[in-house]
Design a protein around this ligand. Structure first.
Ligand code: NAP
Length: 342
């Protein structure tokens, strides 16, 4: 049987904020799967800030490769249903995750290691979960949140933890995991609606970083200082954290979204890492696959018991993926940003 489906391609690399016109949606005849391959009909695809780092001729050193112009975008997480299998271990009807998102049909090679292993074709045992959670708390977002707290030794509780971009996919999980582990959590986000959600639904202290001086707001909430900072923003946020971290404080360097569409903004106070014996620890979720099972067990239990709240901003239809990316970076989505397909 011949399948026809659409895929998103990059037309040009954006100079500033990403816009839907930087992409095109193209209809193609889907190739038949070769021996050893699987044909998947995608149902969900992910929208991640990291995609913006690959919308340029050269992605940052050590990161996933830049997206070539005029081709389907490889290395974007997706969920779907197997419609044809020529690979052992996969059968029509299987629900799978893989890394050939932003398209309606994908021909996937199960032997190919994708996105450091996080995106390698995997059959999912969905159980009583929602399928889309495997792009959120039970997938790469959960792993990133859990691994980030792990690498700065912050899964044991008893400290004060500041989480930035806390109403987003990773941040909302970090804030809740840290709280469930027994920390005092201070969360920041860029709108009053987000702050209300963080306070009322997630039960953490929260402030709007646009409401005045970042350092003054942190000082008001944590006059005794912070012990751990989970950084998704970089720039002014990281600078404020260095000012407010206590001696031997730790930073989980998860991302620096304030710099993805502009020049680097600092921090200007790096000497504080020396004077206060601080640890700044960069990490990638995909480098911590050994934590995935433990993370899924713990987060699935918290989701089942209602102790972990998960929220999604869903855009309908493949053609909405570029708009979803722009809206997310601009701060107009809450929780995990996703595109539903089909
Ligand atoms: N290390 C890893 O393996 C890994 C894996 C996944 C993601 N990440 C990183 O984790 C971070 C969060 O990713 P996510 O998928 O969870 O995205 P997200 O938080 O759901 O969405 C990004 C949010 O960042 C905030 N933001 C944008 N520009 C900002 C600025 N200049 N200052 C402060 N906040 C800003 C916006 O919310 P506001 O309304 O609050 O401004 C926006 O909604 C990103 O830096 C991403 O690159 C790292």
């Amino acid at each position: 049987m011949t399948w026809v489906g659409r895929e998103v391609r990059v037309r040009r690399y954006p100079a500033g904020p990403v816009a839907p016109g930087d992409f095109e949606v193209v209809e193609i005849e889907v190739p038949d799967p070769a021996p050893g391959q699987v044909l998947v009909r995608n149902t969900w695809t992910s929208v991640d800030p990291g995609l913006r780092l690959r919308l340029r001729p050269d992605a940052p050193a050590g990161y996933f490769a830049a997206f070539p112009l005029g081709q389907a975008m490889d290395g974007v997480m997706a969920l779907g249903e197997v419609v044809e299998s020529r690979a052992p271990g996969f059968a029509p009807g299987d629900i799978v995750s893989h890394a050939q998102g932003w398209r309606e049909y994908a021909v996937v090679d199960p032997a190919a290691i994708q996105l450091g292993g996080v995106g390698t074709l995997t059959r999912l045992d969905v159980g009583d979960a929602e399928v889309s959670w495997f792009l959120g708390p039970l997938g790469g977002m959960g792993l990133t949140a859990y691994a980030g707290l792990h690498v700065v030794d912050a899964l044991r509780g008893g400290e004060t933890v500041w989480v930035s971009a806390a109403a987003g996919a990773v941040g909302s999980l970090v804030a809740q995991i840290a709280k469930l582990c027994g920390h005092r959590v201070i969360a920041s986000a860029g709108s009053d609606e987000k702050v209300a959600w963080l306070r009322e639904d997630l039960g953490v202290e929260a402030f709007n970083y646009r409401d005045g001086d970042l350092g003054a707001q942190l000082q008001d909430l944590a006059p005794e200082g912070i012990d751990v900072y989970f950084d998704s923003v970089g720039g002014d946020h990281l600078e404020a954290a260095l000012d407010h971290l206590n001696r031997s404080g730790r930073v989980a360097m998860c991302g620096s979204i304030s710099e993805y569409e502009s020049e680097s903004k600092g921090p200007r106070n790096l000497f504080l890492t020396v004077s206060k014996d601080l640890t700044l620890r960069g990490f990638r979720g995909s480098s911590n696959l050994h934590l995935r099972e433990e993370m899924q067990d713990r987060l699935a239990a918290w989701l089942r018991s209602g102790e972990l709240v998960h929220r999604e901003s869903v855009f309908a239809g493949l053609e909405s993926a570029p708009r979803a990316l722009a809206e997310m970076i601009a701060g107009r989505t809450i929780g995990k940003t996703l595109v539903s397909i089909g």
